[in-house]
Design a protein around this ligand. Structure first.
Ligand SMILES: Cc1cc2nc3c(=O)[nH]c(=O)nc-3n(C[C@H](O)[C@H](O)[C@H](O)COP(=O)(O)OP(=O)(O)OC[C@H]3O[C@@H](n4cnc5c(N)ncnc54)[C@H](O)[C@@H]3O)c2cc1C
Length: 126
């Protein structure tokens, strides 16, 4: 099945994304890596009138160590988190936990904002 028709907004700053959310309200959905949202839209379980693609906002990418904490941008892939020397060094449990989400192909596309390690859902094959 194909998704229902929807509008696409591609902001390049966080302010533009917030403005689009305010403008379109609950009819809008944010798009990160699309690993959950796109199948749900294709099955028409979710039918947003507007999709806000966060993939062109540089400020949402990256991993930075700032004194007493590590900041992970919402659009950083789960795979990048897993492979980050900064995360491995300062938040080793996070680096390990991310490897429990799905498999590498999914983690290459899925973003940190949607990460929720649940070992019981880990696929049997790598
Ligand atoms: C084969 C397969 C296996 C999987 N196995 C696991 C598993 O073992 N454990 C597990 O936990 N998950 C698993 N998942 C789910 C996977 O983790 C999610 O699909 C993925 O994390 C979603 O990330 P995404 O970047 O693709 O988000 P999207 O699909 O783009 O978005 C997911 C949701 O987050 C919202 N969203 C996106 N960005 C933001 C933002 N900045 N702020 C607020 N909301 C936002 C979207 O509107 C949407 O509702 C699996 C998925 C697949 C396809």
């Amino acid at each position: 099945m194909k998704s229902a028709a929807y509008g696409l907004v591609v902001p390049t700053t966080i302010d533009e994304a917030v403005a689009a959310l305010v403008e379109h309200g609950p009819d809008a959905r944010l798009l990160a890596g699309g690993q959950s949202l796109m199948p749900l839209m294709a099955a028409r379980v979710v039918r947003p009138s507007v999709v806000i693609d966060l993939g062109r906002i540089p400020d949402l990418f990256g991993i930075v160590h700032r004194g007493d904490h590590v900041a992970v941008g919402a659009m950083t892939t789960q795979r990048a988190v897993e492979r980050s020397e900064t995360v491995v060094q300062h938040v080793p449990l996070l680096a390990l936990a991310v490897t429990r989400i799905a498999h590498a192909t999914i983690r290459n596309a899925a973003r940190s904002v949607a990460a929720s390690p649940t070992p019981t859902r880990r696929p049997r094959s790598p």
